[in-house]
Design a protein around this ligand. Structure first.
Ligand SMILES: *[C@@H]1O[C@H](CO)[C@@H](O)[C@H](O)[C@H]1NC(C)=O
Ligand SMILES: *[C@@H]1O[C@H](CO)[C@@H](O)[C@H](O)[C@H]1NC(C)=O
Ligand SMILES: *[C@@H]1O[C@H](CO)[C@@H](O)[C@H](O)[C@H]1NC(C)=O
Ligand SMILES: *[C@@H]1O[C@H](CO)[C@@H](O)[C@H](O)[C@H]1NC(C)=O
Ligand SMILES: *[C@@H]1O[C@H](CO)[C@@H](O)[C@H](O)[C@H]1NC(C)=O
Ligand SMILES: *[C@@H]1O[C@H](CO)[C@@H](O)[C@H](O)[C@H]1NC(C)=O
Length: 346
């Protein structure tokens, strides 16, 4: 009886998290979606950073109001579930984090949306949790923090570019939602082996882009986008450098075809059909202009990377782009492309 009652309470609490999105396209502010949030169980950060990661409705919303941000999509701060090596613990924690996020934003879905945290140890469990969060909690897609660490000694790295993940990508395309690929720090001993000689290269200056771009190029070259032509993947920080180097990547990869590389097209092409980039933490105007030439403005979307990057610096930069973009182009970068990609008006 006690157990039944407990089940009833859980069912009641969870169902009260379910909400309908009330977004409507009446504003002209920005939409941002590489924006971190966390739960106490998942953070070792301290001080202001910790407070900003845990907060939604106070300093975060105040800064959104002050800086013309209409809508923010929240996701679990790196490494989140990808840093949990035990598959059972990871899956339970993903469900816990998603339920807490849904509950916390349920009274203000006009301003906040969510990307699901996912345990990527098991592709069918990841697919099931994505489906639950999208269909029952109103989430807008998923966000993974690069590879899933696994194994008793953290010595297995799971990449999502192998055929056993097709079951997950099948679900993603059926739900028609994007998956954001966010960076993570490496496990040991990779971290020390690669960066022991220059530890300052750990993190966003070098390690993040190098590690995550391997994963993105793994998706491309292993033919994931050939098997799932409608799949939408978002990459932050102006594409983790990939769009800056497409000519060399495409021409050099052509030479690898004899190795059995299954990719049917080339990486440039996937940036017109499957991959999107955001400006998170990379407010570089001349690079943005170059990327517009390489992949087109309709593949590029504004984001900030709060609280690791401050909101005013992003807002000031994007609003200053009226010097290099037409009003229509700027509105597309600030919100139009996001409304389309996240299907906010559907
Ligand atoms: C948009 O949503 C806001 C808040 O719910 C509401 O006040 C406003 O009337 C809505 N506008 C339209 C055009 O539906
Ligand atoms: C954006 O919306 C605000 C408030 O609705 C309005 O005052 C402002 O003129 C608008 N700006 C543009 C560029 O449309
Ligand atoms: C939503 O709930 C939180 C937590 O109780 C509160 O701080 C916030 O003001 C509420 N927001 C709205 C729009 O009611
Ligand atoms: C993945 O999870 C499903 C459902 O829980 C289970 O049936 C399957 O055996 C798991 N696969 C692996 C490789 O553990
Ligand atoms: C595995 O990684 C976790 C953090 O992601 C860490 O707490 C743990 O100590 C690591 N285990 C080993 C055996 O290195
Ligand atoms: C990549 O593919 C596109 C479309 O087929 C083609 O136009 C382009 O030349 C290719 N790039 C390289 C460097 O091979």
């Amino acid at each position: 009886m006690a157990k039944l009652f407990h089940l009833f309470i859980v069912a009641f609490v969870v169902s009260s998290f379910v909400y309908a999105r009330v977004w409507n396209d009446t504003g002209n502010g920005t939409i941002v979606f590489e924006e971190a949030w966390t739960i106490p169980e998942l953070t070792t950060d301290t001080g202001t950073l910790r407070a900003n990661l845990l907060d939604i409705h106070n300093q975060r919303l105040t800064q959104m109001d002050q800086n013309g941000i209409d809508f923010m999509v929240l996701s679990c701060a790196s490494p989140c579930i990808q840093g949990i090596s035990d598959p059972t613990v990871a899956n339970a924690m993903a469900i816990n984090a998603n339920n807490q996020l849904a509950a916390q934003i349920s009274n203000n879905t006009l301003r906040f949306g969510a990307f699901a945290a996912l345990s990527m140890h098991n592709a069918s469990e990841a697919a099931a949790e994505l489906k639950r969060t999208v269909e029952e909690l109103g989430f807008l897609g998923g966000l993974v923090n690069d590879y899933q660490q696994s194994g008793e000694n953290n010595d297995t790295l799971i990449y999502y570019d192998q055929p056993d993940f097709d079951i997950f990508w099948q679900m993603v395309t059926e739900l028609d939602v994007p998956v954001y690929f966010h960076p993570r720090t490496n496990v040991e001993p990779i971290s020390t082996l690669l960066y022991g000689h220059a530890p300052w290269l750990l993190g966003p200056g070098q390690e993040f882009a190098v590690t995550l771009s391997n994963h993105i190029l793994g998706l491309c070259t292993n033919g994931v986008f050939d098997r799932f032509p409608d799949l939408k993947i978002i990459v932050g920080h102006l594409g983790e450098r990939i769009p800056s180097d497409l000519v060399r990547i495409d021409t050099q990869l052509l030479r690898q075809v004899p190795l059995g590389m299954p990719m049917l097209r080339n990486v440039s092409t996937y940036f017109h059909t499957n991959l999107y980039e955001t400006t998170s933490g990379n407010f570089a105007t001349t690079l943005l202009q170059f990327h517009i030439q390489e992949i087109g403005l309709d593949r590029i979307l504004f984001s900030i990377d709060y609280p690791f990057v401050d909101i005013p610096s992003g807002a000031t930069w994007v609003n200053g782009l009226d010097e290099v973009l037409t009003p229509e182009e700027l509105l597309n970068l600030k919100r139009g492309a996001a409304i389309k990609l996240l299907k906010l008006n559907d």
